[in-house]
Ligand binder design. Structure first.
Ligand code: NI
Ligand code: MN
Length: 226
């Protein structure tokens, strides 16, 4: 699976020839100025919760690409009011089979209002199973004991976790999360974008490596194979 990082919590995974784009927040992100939002391919857009820093470019991208948007019921409803009708509503605990594989929605401990103040339902994480492997994107979340269920459920090739602290778990809790989900390859998200979530990248990598885990802090616009 090919992972491309677009800054903050926005990334894409290419698997089985399909492009899955997660939490599009690019044009308002000063750290993602080099990303050409109108050239990003997407067959699916998955949105973990309603906050601006996860949904800002969703309508623009969905309209251009015609991608199917997958999110919670409330967010899908809100997007349909903006003309996005190729969509699939889900909620925590449910799974669905798409042409690239299986999506299971899991608990995230956070909040989820939409940019205009509308109710954004509950925040979610996604477990994705494909023919090429499995991965977990936790969305914005605290460390939660529920993550142990994920560790007992499926082997994950890699996981994407927030590490910026303040609004989500920070580095130390993300290491415990990696232990709970039994995954040694972690891609860090949700750090350095704003003043509240600045991290020391070297310290973060050292802490993960002392715990026997790899932390990947991908440069914006870069792609890695997992
Ligand atoms: Ni959030
Ligand atoms: Mn966020």
């Amino acid at each position: 699976m090919k992972v491309t990082y677009y800054g903050h919590s926005c990334f894409a995974v290419e698997t089985g020839g399909k492009h899955l784009l997660f939490d599009p927040f690019i044009t308002p992100n000063d750290l993602a100025k080099g990303v050409k939002v109108d050239e990003i391919p997407a067959d699916y857009i998955l949105i973990s919760h309603g906050h601006e820093d996860h949904i800002a470019d969703a309508v623009r991208l969905a309209k251009r690409t015609g991608a199917k948007v997958v999110s919670n019921y409330e967010i899908i409803n809100w997007l349909s009011g903006k003309g996005i009708t190729n969509s699939h509503p889900m909620n925590i605990g449910g799974h669905w089979f798409f042409d690239f594989g299986k999506v299971k929605c899991v608990n995230a401990v956070h909040s989820s209002s939409l940019p205009d103040g509308s109710y954004g339902g509950n925040p979610m994480g996604f477990l994705i199973e494909t023919g090429e492997g499995n991965f977990y994107y936790s969305g914005d979340t605290a460390l939660t004991y529920d993550m142990k269920l994920i560790g007992d459920y499926k082997n994950m090739n890699f996981a994407l976790l927030p590490i910026g602290n303040n609004f989500t778990m920070g580095i130390d809790n993300a290491i415990i999360a990696a232990e709970f989900i039994k995954c040694d390859k972690i891609i860090g998200l949700h750090y350095d974008t704003f003043s509240y979530i600045k991290i020391d990248q070297n310290e973060a990598k050292e802490k993960f490596s002392r715990a026997g885990k790899e932390l990947h802090l991908m440069p914006v616009g870069s792609t890695m194979e997992f």
